[in-house]
Ligand binder design. Structure first.
Ligand code: SF4
Ligand code: SF4
Length: 251
């Protein structure tokens, strides 16, 4: 499989159409080596009405960044299906409403930079050109920006940008490979959300922290609020950054 990346501007027209009429239908969901972000996992496990532990055990493989030691989850590879995504069917994606960010973006890739002065995030896009994808043969009047709006990827991007900030902080304040305990803190608070919730509310994980009851109620009831708190808890545990106990974004 050959692949090229061509930079594109958000206002440029994007000739692309994906659908079951294409001879390549579902080709992009095979031969996968796909990384899942914490928010991808949150959405997928909720869609499937599974706990995070059950989802991770059933559908993912855990790796660690060789230099960073950060936990990385990918879809479990299955040679019997040609390494196809576990959710692809003859009719397309069976988890379409909650598919991961990279599936929503394809055939685009997104990179971001953050201004040191203002904190503003700038986005850059590139088109991934792969032989198997025939969607580019279609003419469209839509711009890149309009196409992205249709994919409903904004919420994923906002959540994934929080992860990017956390990794930037890790690389700055804790360069090199995390030890096992540090890596476990990342894993628990980012990926294994239901276990994180259980440890908070049934095992006294944060009993020594002075956290208002109203804030805890949000964290208990809302996965997005729990993930936001998880990011804060990692910053507190590993970098000594004070918790900010205002309203959680996801609640
Ligand atoms: S989640 Fe859906 S869109 Fe993404 S690879 Fe799997 S089947 Fe394809
Ligand atoms: S290979 Fe490209 S055009 Fe074909 S189904 Fe996948 S994204 Fe759509």
């Amino acid at each position: 499989m050959t692949e090229d990346m061509v930079p594109v501007h958000p206002d440029e027209r994007m000739n692309f159409r994906c659908g079951s009429e294409n001879t390549c239908f579902n080709a992009c969901c095979r031969d996968l080596n796909q990384t899942l972000t914490p928010y991808d996992i949150l959405r997928l496990k909720r869609h499937l009405k599974m706990s995070s532990q059950e989802f991770i055990r059933t559908y993912t493989s855990l790796h660690h960044g060789p230099e960073s030691g950060l936990p990385i989850l990918t879809f479990k590879s299955n040679p019997e299906t040609g390494h196809a995504c576990p959710f692809v069917t003859a009719r397309g994606c069976s988890v379409y409403e909650d598919r991961p960010a990279s599936c929503r973006m394809y055939p685009l890739a997104r990179a971001v930079s953050r201004s040191r002065d203002t904190g503003q995030i700038n986005e850059f896009f590139a088109r991934i050109e792969e032989e198997h994808c025939k969607g580019a043969c279609s003419i469209s009047k839509k711009t890149v920006r309009e196409w992205l709006d249709e994919q409903n990827v904004e919420t994923h991007n906002i959540q994934n940008d929080k992860l990017m900030q956390l990794i930037h902080l890790k690389n700055t304040m804790l360069p090199g490979r995390l030890d096992g305990a540090q890596s476990d803190i990342f894993y628990l608070a980012l990926y294994d959300l239901d276990e994180f919730r259980t440890r908070i509310f049934d095992a006294g994980l944060i009993a020594d922290l002075d956290i208002p009851a109203g804030f805890l109620e949000q964290v208990k009831a809302n996965d997005e609020a729990l993930l936001d708190f998880g990011i804060q808890w990692i910053k507190y545990m590993l970098f000594g950054i004070e918790l900010s106990l205002g309203c959680q974004n996801g609640a």
